[in-house]
Design a protein around this ligand. Sequence first.
Ligand code: SF4
Length: 351
Amino acid sequence: MTLDTPLNVRADLAVRGVRVPTPVRRPAGAGPSDDGHLVIDGRNAALPINPASPYSIDRGKIWLGEIDTGLTLDVVRRPRFYDLTTADGVRYEQIARLHGKDVLATTVVQTCIRYAEEQRCRFCTIEESLRSGSTIAAKTPAQLAEVARAAVDLDGITQMVMTTGTTAGPDRGARNLVRCVRAVLDAVPGLPIQVQIEPPADLSVISDLSAAGAVSIGIHVESLDDAVRRKWMPGKGSVPVAEYWAAWDYAVSVFGRNQVSTYLLVGLGEDTDQLVTWAARLIAHGVYPFVVPYRPVAGAMIKAPAPAPSVVRDISDKVARLLRDAGMLGADQKAGCAACGACGVLQAAGG
Ligand code: SF4
């Protein structure tokens, strides 16, 4: 792949990372993680921080060896709310973290019923960050409200993402998010919040999340390929894809077209043309397919190679085109990963 366009460079960076110290990092956590938080050409970017990367930073620009890529880069500074502690001694950064320059992200329940070895998603390290002490097992609605208020006041965050490990009840953790959304909005009225859940058995909890004030929702399937789902997500992959379609369609009827999203990971061994076809089908249903390169993470159960940057570029380019044709831009999502865009290159591709 030649590095003659910003999208080519951006896809290459997403896979090979950059050599730069970053104070805001996510070394482990829910889903595919391990990145440092940066701003490239004004957009959020979560990149591998890789001492072996050919990309370096000088005078606020990204260089490939001696070549100026033309992209500007700012490192996200450590937010002020990280220095605060609750009255009962929990550091705010154990409750919620800064993603990109302006997104507050939290995993309200840091354990998952699918974390037993035979069930666990092979790329996920949700409970590793718990073991390392960088977070706490369960965040109360009151704690989330306190941290959100401070993050808005001190650091100007503009939106919040709430995800959860899957719990044992039929709502799979969604009901607890209803309480958390309410508490945060009582403290910070109008803050755009995205919730992220597995398809619940009773879809009406999706309406409850909307009634509580969440403005967008992520229901993340990661792959629609059954062989990939069995290999990489033996627990979560046991949820039939039909349940995802039912939840997506219901969520679109509640939250609206393009306020519902899902992750599609690139690099799990899927057929790339098929992935684009699935993305087209999701878009036809009003669901934003957030295409994200798989990232090998220390502590995950499988450490496969990252996808080729050219594959990430090609898929992102094609899906971005489909999104543009449908008038469904990530920037039009009110909150959430598609709105933030840092973990993929869809926004850089115009999607
Ligand atoms: S895309 Fe989602 S997970 Fe990635 S940095 Fe943005 S909010 Fe966080």
